[in-house]
Design a protein around this ligand. Structure first.
Ligand code: SF4
Ligand code: SF4
Ligand code: FES
Length: 274
């Protein structure tokens, strides 16, 4: 029997892809969800398990919503409502990023039928590189502070109308567009062996955003300041270029290009510039 389905509901007649078949034989199928709980940052983490009745096209957020409405574990113990972060529900804000079956990704775009096609239990854990606020909700402030560190913006103060701005070639648009798709989710940081909770490495997303704004005709005005930040402790030299970040980026951003010497100009070593 599949460990993810309850004895009362296990049936070979009802495949996951055809919920009507399950309904036809009058059974309710469930999926087991194991959640790493940590009610406060100082509490030692522990696991709780919940059984969630399946509905067609469920995603991990809808599993959590069911559990929030029915916070009783599979052992019958009433518990607190698990806490997670989310906003857009369409893989745009990055807030719902967590470890799903050990892989960092967004809960809103994680369909149950893809995450667990055989209905084996689904595990949910908070990302490990950021401080836990509560349960699956982590504090990604470091990422946003590092974006400030490299001035990842176009310096326009809005005090007067600058007009339409310089034309941007098609080629440059095609280079910059993939970089602009970053949702600051933190997947690349979670997967990066060089990014730890205690060091200062800015990580792939921030390096890539520096490149995005360096290559903007107006944003390039801050190129030198970005360079200073990226040459400082925790800058681009800390990248080992193994590419874990590229593997997990939900927006397929060419992060290794941004980490290459060509994309981020480096200061000439005095000995070399002679
Ligand atoms: S290439 Fe490797 S070391 Fe560099 S940011 Fe990506 S995962 Fe981290
Ligand atoms: S670069 Fe990709 S993985 Fe990293 S924060 Fe942006 S979207 Fe997420
Ligand atoms: S809720 Fe915004 S990415 Fe999932």
């Amino acid at each position: 029997m599949n460990p993810g389905t309850t004895a009362a509901t296990d049936t070979s007649a009802a495949s996951f892809g055809s919920p009507s078949a399950a309904a036809a034989v009058g059974v309710e199928r469930t999926v087991t969800v194991r959640i790493k709980r940590q009610p406060t940052p100082d509490t030692a983490p522990f696991w709780e398990e919940f059984a969630v009745p399946l509905r067609p096209n469920m995603n991990v957020i809808s599993l959590l919503q069911y559990i929030a409405a029915h916070p009783t574990t599979t052992e019958g113990k009433a518990t607190s409502t698990p806490v997670w972060d989310s906003a857009c529900l369409e893989e745009v804000c990055g807030a719902c990023t967590m470890l799903i079956n050990g892989k960092t990704r967004q809960a809103c775009s994680a369909l149950v039928e893809k995450v667990s096609p055989d209905l084996s239990p689904i595990t949910l854990e908070p990302m490990t590189k950021f401080p836990v606020i509560r349960d699956l909700f982590v504090d990604r402030s470091r990422l946003f502070n590092d974006l400030k560190r490299v001035k990842a913006w176009v310096p326009v103060d809005g005090t007067y109308d600058l007009g339409p701005g310089p034309a941007v070639s098609q080629k440059l648009q095609e280079t910059r567009y993939p970089l602009s798709r970053c949702i600051s989710c933190g997947c690349c940081l979670e997967a990066c062996p060089q990014y730890t909770p205690t060091n200062k490495f800015v990580g792939a997303a921030v390096i890539s955003q520096a490149r995005l704004f360096n290559e903007d005709p107006i944003g390039s005005a801050l190129k030198d300041e970005r360079l200073e930040a990226l040459m400082d402790e925790g800058g681009v030299q800390d990248c080992g270029k193994a590419g874990n970040c590229v593997e997990v980026c939900p927006k397929q951003i060419p992060l290794l290009e941004s980490e290459s010497a060509k994309s981020i100009p480096r200061k000439e070593h005095p000995a070399k510039s002679r």
